[in-house]
Design a protein around this ligand. Structure first.
Ligand code: TXA
Ligand code: MG
Length: 318
């Protein structure tokens, strides 16, 4: 059921069941972070491999102590500035946090989400919420209650409807090695904004066999239609002669007969608006029965980096 009634969500979560919850980034598939049975349900519903750890959502910075230890000064600085908000910190976990949440890692991912419904939900619960994005493993993240319903109508009972997600892409993930900040995932806060607060941040490089942040797996965020990411949309259109083509453009419309459906992410060229619309546009394109989606590459700065990161992973063949 889709509901705006927070009491239904509270009861369900208190029963160690899962609920899809709204956040400012994307919807999450939430359960009691201290309940093994709730955590197992999250992995089962999402078909997520157990090696991929979850983010723990807490209600305020004060609750950090119940989750993490030895918190670097720069982590506190970022948390104070960006929380509630789309920043996830990777910190040393305390012993109360289960290995299921962290996939056996000594670190835990944690953030305070910035959505009024979910903040009041967290306030009413005696435990934090573990929540990955509410999509089957590897597919496009949900930015509306309807997306959740399409994915999980048969597998979950409660979707808490908080409207369309304001930011539309996942949180930025920052960890630390010997107190040095490392970016694990580009997200809704640009790396430039993070560096303004704490100086230079190293970018984590990953490989698929040992992904430190499996959101970094090369194929991810993928629609079932093949995607091509390019700087030259017209050229690629010409190479798909007589195919049913969908376009995902930043700001300019392309006129061509072959195009069945076209999404413009922000006519004014506003990157924030583009990020907000990205996944909803991909969901729509994926429902158009196309042969191919051609996506335009974004300028490689600010949120453009995050959008390119998601499109590159969506475009990966394997
Ligand atoms: O915006 C968001 O972060 C959304 C909303 C629901 O909060 N959540 C989200 O969760 O994107 P998920 O599970 O789709 O992505 C979490 C990412 C994964 O790439 C996971 O590998 C990484 O966080 N992660 C979690 N714990 C980690 C850890 N201890 N070390 C490194 N990466 C970790
Ligand atoms: Mg995800």
């Amino acid at each position: 059921m889709i509901t705006k009634n927070i009491n239904i969500a509270i009861d369900t979560l208190n029963n160690n069941d899962v609920v899809a919850i709204p956040t400012e980034t994307v919807y999450g598939l939430a359960g009691n972070a201290f309940s093994e049975s709730a955590l197992n349900k999250i992995f089962a519903v999402k078909k997520r491999p157990l090696f991929n750890p979850l983010i723990v959502h807490i209600k305020s910075i004060e609750q950090l102590e119940s989750i993490a230890i030895e918190i670097p000064e720069n982590a506190i600085k970022l948390a104070k500035y960006f929380w509630p908000g789309p920043l996830t910190l990777i910190l040393k976990k305390n012993s109360a946090v289960s290995n299921l949440v962290t996939a056996g890692k000594p670190t835990v991912a944690v953030r305070v989400p910035n959505h009024p419904l979910t903040l009041s939900l967290l306030d009413s619960l005696q435990f934090p919420l573990a929540a990955p994005s509410a999509n089957p493993f590897g597919s496009i993240s949900p930015t509306s209650a309807k997306h959740d319903l399409n994915y999980f109508e048969k597998t979950i009972d409660v979707i808490l409807d908080g409207g369309d997600c304001e930011n539309g892409v996942e949180s930025t993930i920052i960890g630390f090695e010997d107190n040095e900040p490392i970016l694990y995932r580009h997200g809704s806060i640009s790396i430039e904004e993070i560096e303004l607060k704490i100086g230079k941040v190293k970018i984590h490089t990953n490989n698929n066999s040992n992904p430190n942040a499996p959101g970094m797996l090369s194929r991810h965020y993928s629609p079932s239609t093949s995607i091509y990411l390019t700087n030259n949309v017209t050229e690629i259109i010409n190479s798909f002669y007589e195919k049913k083509i969908g376009l995902l453009m930043f700001k300019n419309k392309v006129i061509a007969d072959e195009i069945i459906h076209q999404e413009i992410l922000s006519e004014n060229g506003d990157m924030k608006v583009a990020a907000q619309n990205l996944y909803a546009a991909l969901h729509r394109l994926d429902n158009c029965n196309l042969d191919v989606i051609i996506a335009e590459k974004f300028p490689d700065k600010g949120l453009g980096k995050t959008i390119n990161d998601r499109l590159e992973r969506a475009a990966k063949k394997s």
